[in-house]
Ligand binder design. Sequence first.
Ligand code: DHB
Ligand code: FE
Length: 285
Amino acid sequence: MAEVVWGLATSHVPSIGAAMDRGKTEDPNWKALFDGYAPARAWLAEHRPDVAVVVYNDHANGIDLDVVPTFAIGTAEHYPVADEGFGRRPVPDVVGDADLSLHLLESLVDEGFDLTVFQELDVDHGLTVPLSVWTPDPGEAWPCPVVPLLVNVIQYPQPTAARCYALGQALGRAIRSYPEDQKVALLGTGGMSHQLAGARAGFINPEFDAMWMEAIETDPARLAALSREELIRQAGSEGIELIMWLIMRGAMDERITKVHSSYFVPASNTAAGIALFDNRAPQPA
Ligand code: DHB
Ligand code: FE
């Protein structure tokens, strides 16, 4: 049977990918952020999964704003990297795992999560930047196939934190019921606090981010109890992307072990955080 082996939560700021693509990771403005990734990357290089489920949001690059599904899944064998207006990033296209996608789709629909299905999908920075945070030098291919799980965080009303946590729990059951012997990694992407437009553009809330970073490991139910409006108030209108970390967390065991976390302000307009958790911790009897 399949098992969840680790979870990586990470911001997906486009300029993190651009800094990597343009060889600027040693520049004074960027070095501290990338130094903060190093221990996680070293551990991840030793713990390669068979497949990864990446919980992410599209930013009107792969999906038209006319039709924004609340939750969706990709079922393709191949996901091209989106052109977000500056040409495609010089990173590999993403290989899918249609068999796992269809198993997750069926299990989640049976549990009452009526996912929209993308049989074709261009993936934007929401997915490719987290892959770069994980694997800075992918060469010809990312380390493993990917199943994209999409969440609407860009148009009101976004799903609640509670609903995301419940989806994560159902996702965990779905993965564990997959009959193939597969090591499955999870990525929860987006956040941390940021707001890109409006009167509070530039808003960052380090106290909230510190609370979130601690509670995502030890008390995710507390985070799941936050209302959409409270999340936007505390984390900013784009900081609500953090609900995607709760999907990752819900699919993991109650007790997990933190491998590494880091936090850097600002990456572009965003408080950039990563948190890496090992799911194979000893469980309470
Ligand atoms: C930025 C952050 C995001 O989450 C995003 O999707 C786009 C831009 C930023 O801080 O520039
Ligand atoms: Fe974003």
